[in-house]
Design a protein around this ligand. Structure first.
Ligand code: PMP
Ligand code: GLU
Length: 397
């Protein structure tokens, strides 16, 4: 009998992907499921990006590429970092990968040894924990609840640091909470990190452009910790390019070379056509994203207003990304038709079966009191989904 590895057996399936798979299956059975489970823009990739891909194919950019990405793409990323984030990364400090997910995996695999501790503020994005576990590191979760806008404080960070701490991973704007760390809040975290120069901080900025209140702030902007920070970003979210698969890091040369080495054995450079198309995205003026950001902002309002009409649902106001992460623990212990809701997973299954709305349980993101709603869907869809959720929740007693 073939046995799978302990490493694989210890790994959880991605809850976001599992829920979207379930809703696809129900749709295939003819059920009218509304899926708000996957963090994926409902816009199409802009035409000028598709044109650049066509050009790349016509010009036979169809062969293997340099492992860290084409030089002109890395130059475009370097220019983007300067233009949008005031970050200075040379092209030899940039590694392009098959999505930000792989970028994060490369860094963790390059740095974490067996038993090394990796601090992960909760709520966190689902894959951080599993990437750390598969690299034989030990995730150390630091909880930030809704009362602190789901953000950790410098003293919480410092209290979690031990002699075994090697890394910290977080996102701003945050998936699943939409919380955004301000420049001052990041400076305060940097003040802690600089006391421990061997700790690497991965700052995942994939939602940078989807920010409704302030200008995006990068952790690497602080010179005293610049070498400790790995900035992760990509084209999936802002440019509606989730299927194209391109993410990237800016890091010290040492970490960038390590990631190139890992990637050279695992996947090589990402798709040549995607790389050329992404140059067009990265060179475009981010101003062109204004309409999309406006659309997300009105959807956020719609979802929050709808949730706030349901007794027992507690929300904060997410400042970025396209998720709302309400506390729904009020419903735990309640029942309908003999089915009792004990936790977020039960509630998500109940909403899937009773309301035909797919959401993701907060347990997967490290906060069992909450569930995640992705509002990357049309207003019409969101109105219908919120109506169904309200009706189903109000049946619980
Ligand atoms: N980080 C966060 C916080 C995300 O939500 C996602 C979701 N896709 C990723 C990284 C990975 O993005 P990519 O599509 O570039 O792999
Ligand atoms: N990041 C998105 C999400 O959180 C897409 C799914 C995934 O890559 O896990 O839903």
């Amino acid at each position: 009998m073939i046995e799978l590895s302990d490493r694989l057996n210890a790994m959880e399936e991605s809850a976001t992907i599992a829920m979207s798979r379930k809703s696809r299956e129900l749709k295939a059975e003819g059920k009218d499921v509304i899926s708000l489970s996957l963090g994926e823009p409902d816009f199409h990739t802009p035409e000028f990006i598709k044109e650049a891909a066509n050009e790349a194919m016509k010009n036979n950019f169809t062969t293997y590429t340099p492992v860290p990405g084409y030089e002109d793409l890395r130059q475009a990323i370097s220019d983007k970092f300067k233009r949008d984030n005031d970050l200075h990364y040379g092209t030899d400090q940039i590694v392009v990968s098959t999505g930000a997910k792989q970028s994060i995996a490369n860094v963790v695999m390059s740095i974490v040894n067996q038993g090394d501790e990796v601090i992960i503020p909760a709520p966190f994005w689902v894959s951080y924990i599993e990437i750390v576990k598969v690299s034989e590191g030990t995730p150390v979760v630091v909880n930030a609840g809704i009362e602190s806008d789901f953000k950790i404080t410098p003293s919480q960070l410092e209290a979690a640091i031990t002699p075994k701490t090697k890394m910290m991973i977080f996102s701003t704007p945050c998936n699943p909470t939409g919380s955004v760390y301000s420049k001052e809040e990041l400076r305060a975290l940097a003040d802690v990190l600089k006391k421990y120069p061997h700790i690497v901080a991965i700052c995942d900025e994939i939602y940078e452009h989807i920010n409704f209140t302030s200008k995006h702030a990068s952790l690497a902007q602080f010179e005293d910790i610049y070498d400790q920070v790995v900035t992760v970003n990509g084209v999936s979210k802002a440019w509606a390019m989730t299927g194209w698969r391109l993410g990237y890091i800016g890091a010290s040369k040492k970490i960038a070379s390590a990631c190139t080495k890992v990637q050279g054995q695992f996947t090589s450079g990402t798709c040549s056509i995607t790389q050329k198309a992404s140059i067009a995205a990265l060179k475009a003026d981010p101003q062109v994203l204004t309409d999309m950001i406006g659309a997300f902002e009105s959807r956020r309002k719609l979802v929050l207003e709808a949730l706030n009409t349901i007794e027992g649902v507690q929300t904060n106001v997410p400042e970025g990304a396209f998720y709302v992460f309400p506390d729904v623990s009020y419903f735990y212990g309640k029942s309908f038709n003999g089915q009792t809701i004990n936790n977020g997973s039960d509630l998500c299954m109940y909403l899937l079966n009773e309301a035909l709305v797919a959401l993701v349980t907060g347990e997967a993101f490290g906060d069992p009191n909450c569930i995640r709603i992705s509002y990357a869907a049309s207003e019409e869809t969101l109105i219908e989904a919120m109506k169904r959720v309200k009706t189903a929740l109000e049946k619980l007693s």
